[in-house]
Design a protein around this ligand. Sequence first.
Ligand code: C2E
Ligand code: MG
Ligand code: MG
Length: 642
Amino acid sequence: MINLNYFNFCAMGIMLVLVITAMVRRMLRGRRNRYFWNLLLVVTCSALFEILVVILDNTYEASVTQKYIVHCCYLIMHSLSVPVYVLYLACLTDSLYRLRDNLAVQLVLAAPFAGLMICIVLSPVYHIIFYFDSLNRYTKGPCYFLLYAAAAFYIALAVIHVLRQRRLFAKGQMFVVLAILPVVAAALWVQVTYPMIRVEMFVWALGLLFLLLMVQKPEERTDPVTGFGKQGAYVTDIGQALGNEKPVHIILINILNYKALRDILGYQSMQSLLGIVSEKIMKLCREQLPKADPYYLEGGRFCLVTGKENFHRTDGAARALNGMLKDVIYLQDMDINLQVNLCILHCPEDLCDFQSIYAFSNEFEEYEKTGKVLYAEEILKDGRYIIKDLEGIIDNAVHNQGLTVYYQPIYSVEKGKYVSAEALIRLNDEEYGHISPELFIPVAEKNGVIHQIGIYVLEEVCKFIASREFQELGMEYIEVNLSVAQCMRNNLASEIIAILHKYQVRPDQINLEITETAIADSQNIMSENIRLLKEEGLSFSLDDFGTGYSNIRRVATLPLNIVKLDKTFTDLETNPKLDIVVRNTVRMVKDMDMKIVVEGIETENLVRYFSDLKCEYIQGYYFSKPLSREEFVCFVGQANKG
Ligand code: C2E
Ligand code: MG
Ligand code: MG
C-alpha cells in the first residue's frame, strides 16, 4: 500500500530541501519570492494530501467523511498548482498589474478554476467530480474530465503568456519555465493511465528545484545580509516594469555616512548594521507599504519599488522611513546615527528610461542633503542633474551635429601669455539646451559612445591645430581629455596616432589629460597605452589631481609631464590649512620634475598666490571661460598680441 506513495515521499524530500534552501538563502522578501513561496506551498500541500489520500483509500477503518474531506483538499490543492504557476510566470515578467483594474479579464481567467472548485466541493453531495460507491471505493464522477480541462486551460494560458512576453525573460529562462509544463502534463498522463505510478507531484517538485536553480537564483538575486534584492535583480525588475509600461514609485534610501561607518565598524559589524537597517525598513514596509519590493544596491543604498496599489501611501511611508532611520541604532555598545537621504522617484513621469533611472539611483547621493524627503521631480527640474533619456540625447547629438569643441586658454606665468588650451566638449540639445559634460560623459562611458565622442574631439582638435589660424596664434599644444573608458581601450594608441597622421599634426602638439581614477583603475592597459603614445612623442597631464585616489606612488611611476591641480585646491579662503597642503603638493610635484597647471582660478589673488609658488600654468575663469573656436582665436590673438 505504501508503495504508491514512494514518489510522493521523494517529492516531499525535495520540497523540504527547497524550503530549507529558500529560508537559508533568505528568499523571504519581494514579489518574486512571494510567488515562489506560493508555489512551494501549493505543491507541498498537494503532495501531502496525496499521501493522505493514498493512505486513507487503503485503510478500511477510514470513514467516508474523512475520505471525502481529504480527497476534496487534495483535488483543490492539485488544481491550484497550474494556476499558481501561471501567476508566478506573470509575476516573473511583472505583468500582473495589468489585470488589477480589469475585472472582466480577471473573471474570465478565474472562472474555470472557480467552477472547478464548486464542482469539487459539491462532489460529496452531487458526485460531480468523484464519489465513493456503495462499496466505499473511489469512483470518478461524470465531470471528472473538468480537472484536465481546467489544467489544459491554464497550461495554454501559461504558454501564450510566456511567448507573448518572451522579450522580458532573461536568456534561457523562457526555456526553463516552458519546459516544466509538458513534463508536468506528461506526468499527469502517466498518473491517470497507470494510477499505481503517482509521479505528478514528484515532477512538480523537480520542476520547482529547476526553477530555484535557474530562475530564482537566490545567490544572484538575493542579498544574503539584508534578504533584499541585489543590484542585478533591481536592474532586471525595473527593466521589466518599464518594458510592461507599468507605473512604479521608487523610494531611494541612501546612507550618506556609509563609507565612514564601514571604516569605523569593520566588515562584520557593518553587516550587522545593514541587517538592522533592513529589518527596520521591512517592518515599516509591512505596516505602511505592503508588497513593496525591497532592494539593496550596495554601498549603503537601499530602495523600495512599489506599484499602483501603494501610490497613495508612498509619501507617508517615505516620511516615516526618513524619521525612523534617523533614530539612534544601538549596536555593540555603540550609539550609531545614520545620515540618510531619501528620495521619491515616480516612473515614468520623472524618468522613463532605464539608464537614467539607474544612474539616478546610483548617483542621487550627490544631489542634496536637506534631511527631508526629496522628490526626483524637483531635483530633475533643477537641470544640473540627470535629464530624461540622456542616452537618446547623446545619440542624437553624436549623429546630428549636436557636439562642438570649446577651448579654454591656459596661461603661462613664465612667458606671460597663453601657450595652450584645454579642449572641452559641449553638447547642445534642442529641447534641453546646454548639457554639462559632467552629466553626459559618465553615461557615454557606460554605453560606449564615449569612444565616438573621443574621436570626434581629437579630430576637431587636430583640424584646428592643422589650420593656419592656429599656427598664427603661436600656441604650443592643446590638452585633450581622455576618460576612464577610453583609457581601457586596447587600440587607443593606434587610433590616436592614426588621427594625428591624418591631419599631419605633430605629437608634441597634443597633450592628453588623464584622471587619477583612470590611473588607479585601468593599470596595465593604461600603462601600455601611455607607453606607446609616449614613444610616439605625445605628452600627458594628470587631471583633477587631489580629488580621486591620490595614488601618489603610481603618479610617480607614470611618465607624466604635467599635473593639473584641481579647483578644490583653490578654496584657500574658506580653509586656511589648505595653504600648507598646496605648498607641499606643489613642492612634491616639482621635485618629481613635473609642471603644474592650476585649474579653476577665478580671482586675481589666486593668480598671484599660485604665480608666487612658481606654478607654471594657470587656467580658469579669471582669464577666460571655455570659448568656441572662433572666439578663442579672437581672444588669444588679441591677448597674446598685447
Ligand atoms: P576637467 O577636465 O577638469 O575640465 C575643467 C572643467 O572646469 C571644465 O568644465 C571647465 O569649464 C571648468 N572650469 C574651468 N575654469 C573654471 C573656473 O575658473 N571655475 C570653475 N568653477 N570651473 C572652471 P566642463 O567643461 O564642464 O567639463 C567638465 C569635465 O568634463 C571635465 O573636467 C572633463 O573631465 C570632462 N570633459 C570635458 N570635455 C571632455 C572631453 O572632450 N572628453 C572627455 N573624456 N571628458 C571631457
Ligand atoms: Mg581636463
Ligand atoms: Mg580638471
